[in-house]
Design a binder for this molecule. Structure first.
Ligand SMILES: [Mg+2]
Length: 134
C-alpha cells in the first residue's frame, strides 16, 4: 500500500467531494494532501512540487471539471517525461461510466464511481500500489 508519507493531489471542482476524499485519506493515515479545483490548477501544483523536490506521488482526480478536465490532465501527465508514470485514479459519476474505457486507454491507473466509501477507496489504492510494485 502507498506509504503514509505519500504526497497526494486531490482534484474536484466540488469542495464537498475534495473534503470527502481528504477525510477518507486522513483516516487511512495520509497527511500530505494537496488539492485544487480543476486540472489546470492541479498541473500548477504538480509542477511546483516537482520543482521543490517534493513531487506529488499520487493523483486522485475528478473527470468533469471546468477549465481542464481530469482526462485532459491525465493525457498531459502521461505525455510528460518527468511525471509520465504517475499513479492516477479517476473519479467519475455514474453517468460517465461509459466513458471509462477512454480513461483506461488514456492511462488511468484505476477509476472510482462516485459516491464511494473509504473502504472502496482503500481497496482501489491497494490495487494501484500492487500494480506499481510488480
Ligand atoms: Mg466535477
Amino acid at each position: 500500500m502507498f506509504p503514509p508519507s505519500t504526497r497526494v493531489l486531490i482534484l474536484d471542482d466540488m469542495q464537498s467531494i475534495r473534503d470527502l476524499v481528504k477525510g477518507h485519506l486522513r483516516s487511512l493515515g495520509y497527511q500530505e494532501l494537496y488539492e485544487a479545483e480543476n486540472g489546470q490548477e492541479g498541473l500548477k501544483i504538480l509542477v511546483e512540487r516537482y520543482a521543490h523536490s517534493q513531487p506529488i506521488q499520487l493523483v486522485i482526480s475528478d473527470w468533469n471539471m471546468p477549465v481542464m478536465s481530469g482526462l485532459e490532465l491525465l493525457k498531459q501527465i502521461r505525455a510528460s517525461t518527468t511525471m509520465g508514470q504517475m499513479p492516477f485514479v479517476l473519479l467519475t459519476s455514474e453517468a460517465e461510466r461509459d466513458q471509462v474505457t477512454e480513461a483506461v486507454l488514456a492511462g488511468a491507473s484505476q477509476y472510482i464511481v462516485k459516491p464511494f466509501s473509504g473502504k472502496v477507496l482503500e481497496e482501489k489504492l491497494k490495487g494501484v500500489w500492487a500494480k506499481i510494485k510488480k
